[in-house]
Design a protein around this ligand. Structure first.
Ligand code: GRF
Length: 184
């Protein structure tokens, strides 16, 4: 029951995944084998090191994908989890790992794909937005949807308060969904 996490930035979702479950009992814990990034300076790598989880950073996407495949095969990793990974994976890599790569996106897909999804929903004036966990295919945020959670946008919401609400939902939804997928 192990995963690898790919990220490019702050890694609050990684933190939620690492912290999920009981602090002293293994059951319910998600085994994060490696944390990998396309950026040497991603703060998520520091979060992983604090938990003594091995890290790899490689800005060249082809080389990063090769390394992911090598480590996943050698360590029997079952799921590749994208958590704020800002690059579009190559079609060959996605095909090889079909059904084994998931992503979290801060909107109700198919609305507001791509970067700045929370701001796009806020600026558009929708009354409901949310969070989507989906399988990764070769498109941008186009893979089949695993689960979604709705977040209403109230008149009193600012962009900052909406961001906070969305991230709070992400930090519960992602670990729970990963656990369900790993448990079949
Ligand atoms: C999250 O909002 C996630 O939905 C999106 O990128 C952001 C990553 O945040 N894909 P963090 O690095 O986990 O804090």
């Amino acid at each position: 029951m192990s995963i690898v996490v790919l990220l490019s930035g702050s890694g609050t979702n990684l933190q939620a995944i690492m912290d999920a479950g009981h602090p002293f009992i293994d059951e319910g814990r998600i085994n994060v084998k490696f944390v990998m990034s396309d950026r040497h300076d991603a703060y998520g790598l520091t979060r992983a090191k604090e938990k003594k989880i091995p890290t790899v950073s490689q800005p060249r996407l082809n080389l990063l994908e090769k390394e992911v495949t090598k480590l996943c095969k050698a360590n029997k990793v079952e799921l590749i989890v994208l958590a704020g990974f800002m690059r579009l994976l190559n079609p060959g890599f996605v095909k090889k790992w079909k059904g084994k790569i998931i992503n979290i996106h801060p909107s109700l897909l198919p609305s507001f794909k791509g970067a700045h999804a929370i701001k796009k929903a806020y600026d558009y004036g929708v009354k409901y937005t949310g969070v989507t966990v989906h399988y990764v295919d070769k498109g941008m945020d186009t893979g089949s949807i695993i689960t979604q959670e709705v977040v209403p946008i109230k008149k009193s919401d600012t962009l900052a308060s909406l961001e906070e609400k969305i991230h709070k939902v992400e930090h519960k939804l992602y670990p729970n969904t990963i656990r369900e997928l790993l448990n079949g």
